[in-house]
Design a binder for this molecule. Structure first.
Ligand SMILES: Cc1ncc(COP(=O)(O)O)c(C=O)c1O
Length: 374
Protein backbone atom coordinates (compact mmCIF):
# COMPACT_ATOMS: atom_id res chain seq x y z
CA UNK A 1 0.00 0.00 0.00
CA UNK A 2 3.06 2.29 -0.11
CA UNK A 3 1.86 3.57 -3.47
CA UNK A 4 -0.77 5.59 -1.63
CA UNK A 5 1.92 7.57 0.24
CA UNK A 6 3.75 8.09 -3.04
CA UNK A 7 0.62 9.26 -4.80
CA UNK A 8 -0.20 11.73 -2.02
CA UNK A 9 3.43 12.97 -1.99
CA UNK A 10 3.28 13.50 -5.74
CA UNK A 11 0.07 15.53 -5.43
CA UNK A 12 1.65 17.67 -2.72
CA UNK A 13 4.77 18.19 -4.86
CA UNK A 14 2.61 19.41 -7.74
CA UNK A 15 0.51 21.68 -5.50
CA UNK A 16 -2.52 19.56 -6.35
CA UNK A 17 -3.13 18.02 -2.93
CA UNK A 18 -6.57 18.75 -1.45
CA UNK A 19 -7.77 19.16 2.08
CA UNK A 20 -11.26 19.85 3.27
CA UNK A 21 -11.80 22.93 5.42
CA UNK A 22 -14.42 23.37 8.07
CA UNK A 23 -16.50 26.28 6.88
CA UNK A 24 -17.63 27.43 10.30
CA UNK A 25 -16.05 30.63 11.51
CA UNK A 26 -15.13 31.88 8.03
CA UNK A 27 -16.75 34.22 5.59
CA UNK A 28 -17.67 31.74 2.83
CA UNK A 29 -17.35 33.44 -0.56
CA UNK A 30 -17.12 30.39 -2.80
CA UNK A 31 -20.38 28.51 -2.26
CA UNK A 32 -23.11 28.05 -4.85
CA UNK A 33 -25.80 29.33 -2.50
CA UNK A 34 -26.27 32.32 -4.79
CA UNK A 35 -29.66 33.42 -3.49
CA UNK A 36 -28.99 32.77 0.19
CA UNK A 37 -31.75 30.18 0.46
CA UNK A 38 -29.98 27.39 2.32
CA UNK A 39 -30.96 28.89 5.68
CA UNK A 40 -34.01 30.93 4.72
CA UNK A 41 -36.45 30.58 7.66
CA UNK A 42 -39.31 29.44 5.42
CA UNK A 43 -37.16 26.78 3.78
CA UNK A 44 -36.02 25.51 7.16
CA UNK A 45 -39.57 25.52 8.43
CA UNK A 46 -40.82 23.50 5.43
CA UNK A 47 -38.02 20.96 5.84
CA UNK A 48 -38.61 20.53 9.58
CA UNK A 49 -42.35 20.14 9.06
CA UNK A 50 -41.85 17.32 6.56
CA UNK A 51 -39.18 15.62 8.65
CA UNK A 52 -41.81 15.41 11.38
CA UNK A 53 -44.45 14.20 8.94
CA UNK A 54 -42.46 11.80 6.74
CA UNK A 55 -39.23 11.06 8.59
CA UNK A 56 -35.62 11.77 7.67
CA UNK A 57 -34.76 9.34 4.91
CA UNK A 58 -36.92 8.31 1.95
CA UNK A 59 -36.31 4.66 2.77
CA UNK A 60 -35.90 3.27 -0.74
CA UNK A 61 -35.37 3.98 -4.41
CA UNK A 62 -38.11 5.93 -6.20
CA UNK A 63 -39.08 2.69 -7.95
CA UNK A 64 -39.56 0.78 -4.71
CA UNK A 65 -41.25 2.91 -2.03
CA UNK A 66 -39.10 6.07 -1.86
CA UNK A 67 -41.37 8.18 -4.07
CA UNK A 68 -43.75 10.34 -2.02
CA UNK A 69 -46.21 13.12 -2.67
CA UNK A 70 -43.41 15.55 -1.73
CA UNK A 71 -41.32 14.24 -4.62
CA UNK A 72 -44.24 14.57 -7.01
CA UNK A 73 -45.04 18.11 -5.81
CA UNK A 74 -41.45 19.16 -6.42
CA UNK A 75 -41.40 17.56 -9.88
CA UNK A 76 -44.60 19.43 -10.80
CA UNK A 77 -43.21 22.72 -9.47
CA UNK A 78 -39.92 22.29 -11.34
CA UNK A 79 -41.64 21.35 -14.62
CA UNK A 80 -43.72 24.50 -14.36
CA UNK A 81 -40.73 26.66 -13.42
CA UNK A 82 -38.59 25.34 -16.29
CA UNK A 83 -41.46 25.29 -18.79
CA UNK A 84 -41.43 21.58 -19.63
CA UNK A 85 -44.21 18.95 -19.63
CA UNK A 86 -42.46 16.68 -17.18
CA UNK A 87 -39.71 16.35 -14.58
CA UNK A 88 -37.96 13.55 -12.75
CA UNK A 89 -35.78 13.82 -9.64
CA UNK A 90 -32.31 12.38 -9.06
CA UNK A 91 -30.20 12.02 -5.93
CA UNK A 92 -27.65 14.66 -6.98
CA UNK A 93 -26.44 16.53 -10.04
CA UNK A 94 -23.64 14.05 -10.47
CA UNK A 95 -26.11 11.16 -10.45
CA UNK A 96 -28.45 12.98 -12.83
CA UNK A 97 -25.76 13.56 -15.45
CA UNK A 98 -24.37 10.05 -15.38
CA UNK A 99 -27.87 8.50 -15.40
CA UNK A 100 -29.22 10.77 -18.08
CA UNK A 101 -26.36 10.28 -20.54
CA UNK A 102 -26.22 6.52 -19.93
CA UNK A 103 -29.98 6.27 -20.54
CA UNK A 104 -30.17 8.44 -23.65
CA UNK A 105 -27.07 7.26 -25.50
CA UNK A 106 -25.41 3.90 -26.05
CA UNK A 107 -23.34 1.96 -28.56
CA UNK A 108 -23.86 3.29 -32.07
CA UNK A 109 -24.63 6.80 -30.79
CA UNK A 110 -22.50 9.91 -30.59
CA UNK A 111 -22.19 12.46 -27.79
CA UNK A 112 -20.69 15.85 -28.67
CA UNK A 113 -19.45 17.48 -25.49
CA UNK A 114 -18.01 20.95 -24.77
CA UNK A 115 -14.39 20.81 -23.61
CA UNK A 116 -15.18 22.60 -20.33
CA UNK A 117 -18.20 20.53 -19.33
CA UNK A 118 -18.54 19.47 -15.71
CA UNK A 119 -16.84 16.24 -14.58
CA UNK A 120 -20.22 14.52 -14.09
CA UNK A 121 -20.94 14.99 -17.81
CA UNK A 122 -17.52 13.59 -18.70
CA UNK A 123 -18.20 10.54 -16.52
CA UNK A 124 -21.72 10.16 -17.96
CA UNK A 125 -20.26 10.17 -21.48
CA UNK A 126 -17.87 7.38 -20.48
CA UNK A 127 -20.61 5.34 -18.84
CA UNK A 128 -22.89 5.60 -21.88
CA UNK A 129 -20.58 3.55 -24.16
CA UNK A 130 -21.44 5.98 -26.98
CA UNK A 131 -18.68 7.49 -29.11
CA UNK A 132 -17.67 10.83 -27.63
CA UNK A 133 -16.22 13.83 -29.48
CA UNK A 134 -15.12 16.95 -27.68
CA UNK A 135 -15.69 20.33 -29.34
CA UNK A 136 -13.62 23.33 -28.31
CA UNK A 137 -15.23 25.42 -25.60
CA UNK A 138 -18.10 27.47 -27.05
CA UNK A 139 -16.78 26.88 -30.58
CA UNK A 140 -19.98 26.04 -32.46
CA UNK A 141 -18.21 26.23 -35.81
CA UNK A 142 -16.06 23.33 -34.65
CA UNK A 143 -19.22 21.60 -33.41
CA UNK A 144 -20.92 22.04 -36.80
CA UNK A 145 -17.81 20.73 -38.61
CA UNK A 146 -18.03 17.58 -36.48
CA UNK A 147 -21.75 17.26 -37.13
CA UNK A 148 -21.34 17.75 -40.87
CA UNK A 149 -18.68 15.08 -41.16
CA UNK A 150 -20.08 12.49 -38.73
CA UNK A 151 -23.85 12.86 -38.26
CA UNK A 152 -24.67 10.32 -40.97
CA UNK A 153 -22.63 7.61 -39.22
CA UNK A 154 -24.74 7.60 -36.09
CA UNK A 155 -28.19 6.57 -34.98
CA UNK A 156 -28.68 9.21 -32.29
CA UNK A 157 -26.55 12.27 -31.59
CA UNK A 158 -26.58 14.20 -28.31
CA UNK A 159 -25.03 17.63 -27.87
CA UNK A 160 -24.28 18.24 -24.22
CA UNK A 161 -23.16 21.41 -22.50
CA UNK A 162 -23.20 23.28 -19.22
CA UNK A 163 -25.45 26.29 -19.85
CA UNK A 164 -23.53 28.34 -17.26
CA UNK A 165 -20.01 26.96 -17.00
CA UNK A 166 -19.25 26.21 -13.39
CA UNK A 167 -15.61 27.28 -13.27
CA UNK A 168 -15.65 30.12 -15.81
CA UNK A 169 -19.10 31.62 -15.36
CA UNK A 170 -19.73 32.08 -19.08
CA UNK A 171 -22.81 30.83 -20.89
CA UNK A 172 -23.39 28.46 -23.78
CA UNK A 173 -25.19 30.07 -26.71
CA UNK A 174 -28.32 27.96 -26.41
CA UNK A 175 -29.95 29.68 -29.40
CA UNK A 176 -27.15 28.53 -31.73
CA UNK A 177 -27.16 25.06 -30.19
CA UNK A 178 -30.90 24.69 -30.76
CA UNK A 179 -30.46 25.77 -34.38
CA UNK A 180 -27.79 23.08 -34.83
CA UNK A 181 -29.98 20.46 -33.15
CA UNK A 182 -32.81 21.23 -35.54
CA UNK A 183 -30.57 21.21 -38.59
CA UNK A 184 -28.82 17.93 -37.70
CA UNK A 185 -31.59 16.21 -35.71
CA UNK A 186 -29.84 16.02 -32.38
CA UNK A 187 -30.91 15.93 -28.76
CA UNK A 188 -29.71 18.92 -26.72
CA UNK A 189 -28.74 18.18 -23.12
CA UNK A 190 -28.32 21.34 -21.03
CA UNK A 191 -26.77 21.24 -17.58
CA UNK A 192 -28.63 24.06 -15.84
CA UNK A 193 -26.95 23.51 -12.45
CA UNK A 194 -25.68 27.10 -12.24
CA UNK A 195 -28.35 28.62 -14.50
CA UNK A 196 -31.38 27.68 -12.41
CA UNK A 197 -32.31 30.60 -10.19
CA UNK A 198 -29.57 32.87 -11.58
CA UNK A 199 -30.16 33.57 -15.27
CA UNK A 200 -33.23 34.69 -17.19
CA UNK A 201 -35.58 37.49 -16.15
CA UNK A 202 -37.16 35.37 -13.44
CA UNK A 203 -34.24 33.00 -12.82
CA UNK A 204 -35.79 30.21 -14.86
CA UNK A 205 -32.54 29.46 -16.64
CA UNK A 206 -30.94 29.65 -20.04
CA UNK A 207 -34.07 29.27 -22.20
CA UNK A 208 -35.57 32.29 -20.48
CA UNK A 209 -32.27 34.16 -20.80
CA UNK A 210 -32.27 33.67 -24.58
CA UNK A 211 -36.08 34.14 -24.85
CA UNK A 212 -36.50 30.63 -26.24
CA UNK A 213 -39.40 28.20 -26.01
CA UNK A 214 -38.71 24.68 -24.82
CA UNK A 215 -38.71 22.11 -27.63
CA UNK A 216 -39.12 18.37 -27.36
CA UNK A 217 -35.46 17.65 -28.23
CA UNK A 218 -34.25 19.77 -25.27
CA UNK A 219 -33.45 17.88 -22.07
CA UNK A 220 -32.55 20.09 -19.10
CA UNK A 221 -30.80 18.80 -16.06
CA UNK A 222 -30.42 21.01 -12.99
CA UNK A 223 -29.55 20.76 -9.32
CA UNK A 224 -31.33 21.62 -6.10
CA UNK A 225 -27.92 22.15 -4.50
CA UNK A 226 -27.01 25.56 -5.81
CA UNK A 227 -29.42 28.53 -6.01
CA UNK A 228 -32.19 26.38 -4.53
CA UNK A 229 -30.09 25.93 -1.39
CA UNK A 230 -30.77 22.23 -0.90
CA UNK A 231 -29.50 18.90 -2.21
CA UNK A 232 -30.60 16.70 -5.10
CA UNK A 233 -31.25 17.20 -8.79
CA UNK A 234 -33.79 17.00 -11.58
CA UNK A 235 -34.25 16.47 -15.27
CA UNK A 236 -36.95 18.55 -16.96
CA UNK A 237 -37.97 17.21 -20.36
CA UNK A 238 -40.81 15.62 -22.31
CA UNK A 239 -42.95 13.01 -20.60
CA UNK A 240 -41.47 10.24 -22.71
CA UNK A 241 -37.88 11.22 -21.91
CA UNK A 242 -38.74 11.27 -18.19
CA UNK A 243 -40.48 7.88 -18.49
CA UNK A 244 -37.39 6.50 -20.21
CA UNK A 245 -35.17 7.82 -17.40
CA UNK A 246 -37.36 6.15 -14.78
CA UNK A 247 -36.92 2.90 -16.69
CA UNK A 248 -33.31 3.15 -17.83
CA UNK A 249 -31.25 5.58 -15.73
CA UNK A 250 -29.32 3.29 -13.40
CA UNK A 251 -28.40 6.09 -10.98
CA UNK A 252 -32.13 6.67 -10.40
CA UNK A 253 -33.19 3.04 -10.31
CA UNK A 254 -30.42 1.74 -8.05
CA UNK A 255 -30.13 4.65 -5.63
CA UNK A 256 -32.29 5.85 -2.75
CA UNK A 257 -34.65 8.74 -3.48
CA UNK A 258 -33.77 12.10 -1.93
CA UNK A 259 -35.39 12.71 1.46
CA UNK A 260 -38.97 14.03 1.18
CA UNK A 261 -38.10 16.97 3.43
CA UNK A 262 -35.52 18.22 0.92
CA UNK A 263 -38.25 18.16 -1.73
CA UNK A 264 -40.43 20.36 0.47
CA UNK A 265 -37.45 22.70 1.06
CA UNK A 266 -36.88 23.02 -2.69
CA UNK A 267 -40.59 23.68 -3.40
CA UNK A 268 -40.45 26.50 -0.86
CA UNK A 269 -37.21 27.82 -2.37
CA UNK A 270 -38.88 27.95 -5.79
CA UNK A 271 -41.79 29.91 -4.32
CA UNK A 272 -39.39 32.35 -2.66
CA UNK A 273 -37.43 32.88 -5.89
CA UNK A 274 -40.68 33.78 -7.67
CA UNK A 275 -42.00 35.96 -4.87
CA UNK A 276 -38.85 37.71 -3.59
CA UNK A 277 -37.67 38.96 -6.96
CA UNK A 278 -35.29 41.38 -5.21
CA UNK A 279 -32.93 38.45 -4.59
CA UNK A 280 -32.05 37.97 -8.25
CA UNK A 281 -31.85 41.73 -8.77
CA UNK A 282 -29.51 42.09 -5.80
CA UNK A 283 -27.42 39.13 -7.00
CA UNK A 284 -26.91 40.77 -10.38
CA UNK A 285 -26.02 44.14 -8.88
CA UNK A 286 -23.59 42.53 -6.47
CA UNK A 287 -21.94 40.43 -9.18
CA UNK A 288 -21.32 43.54 -11.22
CA UNK A 289 -20.12 45.59 -8.25
CA UNK A 290 -17.69 42.85 -7.21
CA UNK A 291 -16.39 42.55 -10.75
CA UNK A 292 -15.79 46.29 -11.03
CA UNK A 293 -14.13 46.51 -7.62
CA UNK A 294 -11.80 43.59 -8.33
CA UNK A 295 -10.88 44.86 -11.76
CA UNK A 296 -10.22 48.26 -10.22
CA UNK A 297 -7.86 46.55 -7.78
CA UNK A 298 -5.91 45.09 -10.68
CA UNK A 299 -7.16 41.48 -10.60
CA UNK A 300 -7.84 39.55 -13.76
CA UNK A 301 -11.47 38.54 -13.22
CA UNK A 302 -13.81 36.78 -15.60
CA UNK A 303 -17.33 38.17 -15.69
CA UNK A 304 -20.17 37.16 -17.98
CA UNK A 305 -23.21 38.50 -16.16
CA UNK A 306 -23.48 35.42 -13.91
CA UNK A 307 -22.57 35.22 -10.21
CA UNK A 308 -19.42 33.17 -10.89
CA UNK A 309 -16.42 35.51 -10.84
CA UNK A 310 -13.18 33.53 -11.15
CA UNK A 311 -10.07 35.50 -10.21
CA UNK A 312 -7.42 34.11 -12.54
CA UNK A 313 -4.13 33.24 -10.86
CA UNK A 314 -2.79 30.53 -13.23
CA UNK A 315 -0.06 29.23 -10.92
CA UNK A 316 -1.34 26.47 -8.63
CA UNK A 317 1.26 27.37 -6.04
CA UNK A 318 0.31 31.05 -5.98
CA UNK A 319 -3.40 30.25 -5.85
CA UNK A 320 -2.78 28.06 -2.80
CA UNK A 321 -0.71 30.76 -1.13
CA UNK A 322 -3.38 33.39 -1.74
CA UNK A 323 -6.14 31.12 -0.50
CA UNK A 324 -4.18 30.27 2.68
CA UNK A 325 -3.60 33.92 3.41
CA UNK A 326 -7.26 34.77 2.83
CA UNK A 327 -8.13 32.06 5.31
CA UNK A 328 -5.92 33.74 7.91
CA UNK A 329 -8.00 36.85 7.30
CA UNK A 330 -11.17 34.86 7.94
CA UNK A 331 -12.18 34.50 4.27
CA UNK A 332 -12.83 31.07 2.76
CA UNK A 333 -12.05 31.27 -0.96
CA UNK A 334 -10.75 27.95 -2.25
CA UNK A 335 -8.05 27.66 -4.88
CA UNK A 336 -9.50 25.76 -7.83
CA UNK A 337 -6.87 23.64 -9.56
CA UNK A 338 -6.38 20.72 -11.92
CA UNK A 339 -8.26 18.44 -12.57
CA UNK A 340 -11.25 20.74 -11.90
CA UNK A 341 -9.71 23.22 -14.37
CA UNK A 342 -6.89 22.66 -16.90
CA UNK A 343 -3.32 22.62 -15.53
CA UNK A 344 -1.79 26.10 -15.24
CA UNK A 345 -5.19 27.83 -15.07
CA UNK A 346 -5.68 27.84 -11.30
CA UNK A 347 -8.11 30.39 -9.98
CA UNK A 348 -9.92 31.67 -6.93
CA UNK A 349 -13.54 30.97 -7.80
CA UNK A 350 -15.32 33.84 -6.12
CA UNK A 351 -19.10 33.72 -6.22
CA UNK A 352 -21.58 36.48 -5.54
CA UNK A 353 -24.32 35.68 -3.06
CA UNK A 354 -27.24 37.53 -1.58
CA UNK A 355 -25.92 36.18 1.74
CA UNK A 356 -23.16 38.80 1.94
CA UNK A 357 -23.72 41.87 4.09
CA UNK A 358 -22.07 45.23 3.35
CA UNK A 359 -19.53 44.39 6.08
CA UNK A 360 -18.80 41.00 4.49
CA UNK A 361 -18.05 42.71 1.21
CA UNK A 362 -15.69 45.18 2.91
CA UNK A 363 -13.92 42.29 4.69
CA UNK A 364 -13.62 40.39 1.42
CA UNK A 365 -12.24 43.32 -0.57
CA UNK A 366 -9.78 44.26 2.18
CA UNK A 367 -8.50 40.68 2.40
CA UNK A 368 -8.18 40.43 -1.38
CA UNK A 369 -6.30 43.70 -1.49
CA UNK A 370 -3.81 42.18 0.97
CA UNK A 371 -3.11 39.14 -1.21
CA UNK A 372 -2.90 41.03 -4.48
CA UNK A 373 0.87 41.21 -4.41
CA UNK A 374 1.43 37.60 -3.32
C1 LIG B 1 -22.27 22.10 -13.93
C2 LIG B 1 -22.49 21.13 -12.82
N1 LIG B 1 -23.15 19.99 -13.08
C3 LIG B 1 -23.37 19.08 -12.11
C4 LIG B 1 -22.93 19.28 -10.82
C5 LIG B 1 -23.16 18.22 -9.79
O1 LIG B 1 -24.19 18.57 -8.95
P1 LIG B 1 -24.27 17.99 -7.46
O2 LIG B 1 -23.31 18.78 -6.65
O3 LIG B 1 -25.70 18.15 -7.08
O4 LIG B 1 -23.87 16.54 -7.55
C6 LIG B 1 -22.27 20.48 -10.51
C7 LIG B 1 -21.87 20.82 -9.13
O5 LIG B 1 -21.07 20.34 -8.48
C8 LIG B 1 -22.01 21.40 -11.53
O6 LIG B 1 -21.30 22.51 -11.29
Amino acid sequence: MDWIEEELRRLKGENLYRERRLREGFLDVCSNDYLGLRDHPEVIEAVVRVVRDAGVGSGASQLVSGYTRYHRELEDALAEFKGTPSCVLFGSGYLANVGLLQALAGEGDLILSDRLNHASIIDGCRLSKADVMIFEHGDYQHLEDLLRSTRKNYRRVLIVTDSVFSMDGDMANVQLLMDLCEKYECILVLDEAHATGTVGDKGRGSLEHFHLEWKEYVVMMGTLSKALGSYGAFVCASKRVCDLLVNRARSLIFSTAIPPALCAGAVTALQIIQRETWRLKRLRELSETLYKSLRGMGFEVMYHGTPILPIMVYSEERALRMSAHLLEKGVLLQAIRYPTVPKGSARLRLTASVRYSEDDIKTLLRALDDVKAF
